[in-house]
Design a protein around this ligand. Structure first.
Ligand SMILES: [Fe+2]
Ligand SMILES: [Fe+2]
Length: 151
């Protein structure tokens, strides 16, 4: 089933996020050049840049518009949204570790792993709920409110 139009901008970010998550895990496992410290630092910088340019506004749209509206209208979404918010906090928490020099391979692997699992839960669990209840949550209005944040 095609994505609801109000979710397309988020799904587009997810597509890029999944590609980055894979690069982070590959780098951590030494399967991406340049290897060793240089590559790890490059990938950590890429994660931080993606966070700043993309995930900051993406999380804002989800946390300020999507999650509260879904939670208010779809009781079944509440536990899932709690988990997703905890993921956001953990993903933000990786930024200081990725800016440092110690344990970079492990931090990169874990950040990539969490980012991928987080995106897959939104795509496979949250977005289908949104689409199923699109009429009750005024999905079109939410889409334009998120659009104002996502640009
Ligand atoms: Fe999210
Ligand atoms: Fe998302």
């Amino acid at each position: 089933m095609p994505r609801h139009p109000s979710l397309i901008a988020l799904s587009h970010d997810h597509h890029h996020g999944l590609a980055l998550a894979l690069r982070c895990r590959k780098q951590a496992l030494g399967r991406l050049k340049p290897m060793s410290a240089v590559g790890l630092k490059e990938r950590a910088a890429e994660f931080a840049a993606f966070f700043e340019q993309n995930l900051t506004r993406h999380f804002k749209a989800e946390e300020e518009i999507l999650f509260p509206s879904m939670r208010a209208s779809i009781p079944a979404s509440s536990a899932l949204i709690d988990d997703l918010l905890a993921d956001h906090a953990r993903l933000r928490g990786f930024l200081p570790s990725l800016a440092g020099d110690t344990g970079l391979a492990k931090h990169l692997f874990d950040a990539g792993d969490l980012l991928e699992r987080h995106i897959r839960r939104e795509e496979r669990e949250l977005f289908p709920l949104f689409e199923k209840h699109a009429a009750e949550i005024d999905a079109d209005k939410l889409g334009s409110e998120m659009g104002a944040i996502l640009g």
